[in-house]
Design a protein around this ligand. Structure first.
Ligand code: HAX
Length: 436
């Protein structure tokens, strides 16, 4: 058994017994109540699932096992000349709750390299699709084509018992994560670079190798991709991509099926697709205004016009956060250090000054601040990746780290099929009338 699996097995076994005892002892204790507004309003804030890998505070933002993003940037190991943390280290932290050593991160890099090969049928299947098929569609289909090798599905078919579920899920999580950069880069190169593919470099870590296969071998781009893959990995369990992966996984669908479903949720414009919408909207603005460096007054006018057309400002607002997203700030810090002269980055910074007061003035937007998606596109454009329909795939590769680590926990803790209760509007009207 490998070192990470062994550690995870021991830690999760201990928590499983504690949790079982807690539920047996205090199963009837009320944790929270649900209001009519929450039922009608997308279940905001309803505490109803366990997610071990990260937690989200409206003000402080995301914490991975208690570590904020600035803390991660400082404490996670940096190897191979990187100045940003390696996402391998974050996966280790999310899975077992400990900051790994440099040797442990190196081991995980090698392990993912070893598991990273993709069978030919996946590439052949992708090549049958028109090159302008949305990259997220190609990504989900590519993930599903890998499902043939699911260890969980095979062992379940052979009659595996419940106590082995976590072990098989760990294998699937490790195999799938290892393959995602190759799959994603293949989609990028076939869609936007005439299928001119770049072979993996087995000496590089997971993030740098992904950057290399995308086609930019500069040190800064390696570092940006490492940072990007770290900060997009997890955002507690309630967000749509994580929750979808969790829900589908609760049926004992394997990691491939569950993750592909989660990716369909990520592909919505109110969620992960917002990263493509932001840059598309910024490009539209520059075109309409006829200049690359609009003034704050001109930007204000365009923002108001977007709102008047009944559209949202992409990259702004959040269902939970009530302060600027620390993932936005981390990217801003990176841009300040490496590309502060970039014109498109400066437009994003002007938007950061202009948009919040306008959204605030509407009186209904709960969070006027930028979210993670407001910044990434401008940095990618600077590094030559202008093909913005690909951006959500980058997000998806990162999101795999969180949702698949969480799936290992769900299986290890023996979580049951998720099955909340729905009601009809008629029931709600009657209930409100009776209880008035
Ligand atoms: N621009 C204009 N109006 C906005 C807005 C924005 N950026 N954000 C919220 N609002 C509006 C809502 O549409 C809603 O209006 P109605 O009452 O007329 O329907 C009102 O303000 C209240 O919404 P809220 O409670 O503040 O926000 P929600 O929790 O309902 O929605 C969203 C959160 C992220 C979906 C929302 O802020 C939004 O649509 N933002 C733009 C899209 C976006 O950037 N999505 C990415 C979010 C981060 C993420 O998941 N990344 O993957």
């Amino acid at each position: 058994m490998d070192q990470l699996k062994q550690k995870f097995g021991e830690k999760s076994a201990a928590i499983r017994s504690e949790l079982r005892a807690l539920v047996k002892d205090k199963g009837n204790m009320e944790v929270d109540s649900v209001s009519l507004g929450q039922i009608y309003g997308g279940m905001r804030g309803v505490k109803s699932m366990i997610w071990e890998t990260s937690s989200l505070d409206p003000i402080e933002g995301i914490k991975f096992r208690g570590y904020s993003i600035p803390a991660l940037r400082e404490k996670l190991p940096k190897i191979n000349g990187s100045t940003e943390p390696l996402p391998e280290g974050l996966f280790w932290l999310m899975l077992v709750g400990e900051i790994p050593s440099e040797d442990q991160v190196r081991w995980l890099s090698d392990e993912w390299e070893r598991r990273g090969k993709i069978a030919d049928h996946t590439f052949k299947m992708l090549d049958t699709l028109p090159a302008d098929t949305h990259p997220m569609t190609q990504f989900s289909m590519g993930v599903l084509s890998l499902q043939r090798d699911s260890v969980f599905a095979k062992k379940y078919f052979e009659g595996m018992g419940k106590s082995e579920f976590w072990d098989a899920s760990y294998e699937d999580a490790m195999n799938l994560i290892a393959k995602l950069p190759r799959l994603a880069a293949y989609i990028y190169r076939r869609s936007f670079h005439e299928n001119n593919q770049i072979a993996p470099d087995t000496n590089l870590d997971w993030g740098a190798n992904f950057a290399h296969m995308l086609g930019n071998d500069t040190k800064d781009f390696y570092d940006f991709i490492r940072l990007y893959l770290t900060i997009h990995a997890d955002h507690e369990g309630g967000n749509a991509s994580a929750h979808t992966t969790h829900l589908v996984g609760s049926t004992l669908s394997d990691a491939y099926m569950s993750f592909a479903a989660g990716m369909s949720a990520l592909a919505g414009p109110l969620h992960g697709l917002a990263n493509q919408e932001v840059i598309k909207w910024v490009f539209e603005m520059l075109q309409v205004l006829g200049k690359e460096d609009p003034s704050k007054e001109e930007i204000t006018e365009f923002v108001n016009r977007t709102l008047d057309e009944g559209k949202v400002i992409p990259g702004y607002g959040h269902a939970v956060l009530r302060e600027p997203d620390p993932r936005f700030i981390a990217q801003k810090r990176f841009a300040e250090k490496h590309l502060s002269e970039s014109g498109i980055v400066q437009v994003v910074w002007k938007l950061f000054e202009v948009v919040p007061p306008i959204l605030q003035s509407l009186g209904k937007v709960k969070n006027p601040w930028p979210n993670v998606d407001a910044h990434s596109g401008a940095i990618l454009v600077h590094y030559g990746m202008k093909d913005f329909t690909f951006y959500t795939v980058l997000f998806g590769v990162s999101r795999a780290l969180g949702v698949l680590a969480a799936m290992c926990w769900s299986r290890a803790l023996g979580f049951p099929l998720e099955r909340p209760k729905s009601i009809t509007s008629e029931w709600l009207f009657n209930f409100a009338e009776k209880n008035d």
